[in-house]
Design a protein around this ligand. Structure first.
Ligand code: ITT
Length: 197
């Protein structure tokens, strides 16, 4: 019988990418909302702390092994902001559009060479809520912040994240290409390797 895992995310964009990336894993991955898990408070000061809080909350409420992703965009000209606050950069419950608008305004006077940035992704797997040895996997994706949005794929900051290898915005990439290159793709492939052992 395949093992059931609860996915501790309510972000529809992330859930889509997880489904694509975990297709080959012999597991049934169930989003936490379908199991009635309340949202965890992200009170940590690092990606790893927040990922652990989310995974532990989902495991505790379901009794299932749990997977969580904490991710965000680090912009060098903003000394790493919005970072762990990427989802709420323009305020609690902010839309992707509001976050992108705030970012573009903050970088209005920043020249091309100083618009370097990267996506970070930290994925945590807990076998159970009190698992003392969680599995942690990380991925990083380097790029630059564009001056205006391009493309309609992906989510979050994808329309303003320029991917040098592909000479386009992340939101212009077909999902399979984004998953091959992205911070989340890298981290999840590492996790799948460990889970297969
Ligand atoms: P969950 O906690 O429910 O998973 P969330 O959106 O609150 O959803 P995070 O706290 O990890 O998740 O915030 C991540 C934010 O970083 C996300 O909302 C996007 O704004 C941004 N982000 C992360 N990965 C991204 C990607 O692949 N493309 C674009 N933006 C991304």
């Amino acid at each position: 019988m395949s093992r059931r895992i609860v996915l501790a995310s309510n972000n529809a964009g992330k859930l889509r990418e997880f489904n694509q990336l975990l297709q080959d894993l012999d597991c049934e991955v169930v989003p936490q909302a379908s199991l009635g898990v309340p949202e965890a408070e992200e009170t940590g000061l690092s990606f790893v702390e927040n990922a652990l809080l989310k995974a532990r909350n989902a495991a505790a409420h379901t009794g299932l092994p749990a997977l969580a992703d904490d991710s965000g965009l680090e912009v060098d000209a903003l000394r790493g902001a919005p970072g762990i606050y990427s989802a709420r950069y323009a305020g609690a419950g902010a839309s992707d559009q509001a976050n992108v608008d705030k970012l573009l305004a903050a970088l209005e006077d920043v020249p091309e060479a100083q618009r370097t940035a990267r996506f970070q992704c930290l994925i945590v797997y807990l076998r159970h809520a009190e698992d003392p040895t969680p599995i942690l996997c990380q991925g990083t994706w380097e790029g630059r912040i564009l001056r205006s949005p391009r493309g309609d794929q992906g989510f979050g900051y994808d329309p303003v994240f320029y991917v040098p290898q592909q000479d386009c915005a992340s939101a212009q990439l077909p999902p399979a290409i984004k998953n091959r290159l992205s911070h989340r793709g890298q981290a999840l492939r590492r996790l799948v390797e460990v889970l297969r052992r």
